[in-house]
Ligand binder design. Structure first.
Ligand SMILES: Cc1cc2nc3c(=O)[nH]c(=O)nc-3n(C[C@H](O)[C@H](O)[C@H](O)COP(=O)(O)O)c2cc1C
Length: 209
């Protein structure tokens, strides 16, 4: 399948086969696809909590308007944006850059100072919007990668993020649950897989000037 065919194969899965589990090696590949998503300044100001524990999935389902995808999917990826930027976030990036690209800290610390001056003064509200936007790019990486290994997904925004934050203990970690991906294998009883996609015509969606 080429990429366009994979996009057509993917659909927001409404009913997962609860018996089918994703292998550890495929979970590692999905993680890599998320990790390779671009982020502003490369800071990756988010965390992804991967839930495979059935009891926690059942809890999360209750906080997701009882959507069965949350309890039946093999794994739930909860994308959490950082609600605050701290100096450590930037120091960690500079240390990583130094060791991965073999550059002395002294050569790149000026860039770290620039990032601190620019970012640490950002209002908390604006930080949250900025980091949440980037989480969606990471979600998109997961959703576009999964079909290439025959894995289904459902993006989910229909959940109570306050309750998720409580269940996953995110409040004291400067994290907020932004969006979720239920990931697993479609049930052959899921009728939505056979439905045609509803999309605007290109004339409606695009404008070339
Ligand atoms: C950010 C986002 C949030 C969504 N939230 C839900 C959700 O809570 N429950 C659900 O069943 N589908 C959800 N969807 C799936 C959309 O309804 C679906 O992608 C859209 O109708 C297009 O259908 P398709 O993905 O099957 O092509 C969400 C999609 C996105 C991108």
């Amino acid at each position: 399948m080429n990429v366009i065919d994979q996009y057509k194969w993917r659909y927001a899965t409404k009913k997962f086969d609860a018996k089918k589990k994703i292998s550890d090696s495929n979970i590692e590949l999905i993680k890599e696809s998320i990790s390779l998503a671009p982020t502003s300044y490369g800071l990756q100001l988010f965390k992804v909590i991967i839930v495979e524990n059935q009891e926690i999935k059942n809890e999360l389902k209750k906080a997701s308007y009882n959507q069965s995808q949350i309890s039946d999917a093999s794994h739930i990826f909860v994308f959490c944006n950082s609600t605050k930027i701290i100096g450590d976030d930037i120091d960690t990036y500079i240390k990583n850059k130094s060791s991965i690209q073999n550059k002395p800290i002294s050569e790149i610390s000026g860039y770290g100072d620039f990032l601190k001056t620019t970012l640490l003064k950002k209002e908390h509200k604006k930080v949250s919007i900025w980091t949440a936007n980037q989480v969606y790019i990471a979600l998109s990486h997961l959703m576009t990668f999964c079909p290439s290994i025959g894995i289904d997904s459902c993006p989910v925004e229909g959940f109570d993020s306050y309750k998720y934050n409580e269940i996953l203990n995110l409040n004291n970690r400067n994290l907020n649950s932004t969006v979720v991906a239920a990931v697993g294998y479609r049930s052959n009883k899921d009728s939505s897989q056979y439905e045609k996609k509803i999309r605007k015509s290109n004339d409606e969606l695009f404008e070339t000037i």
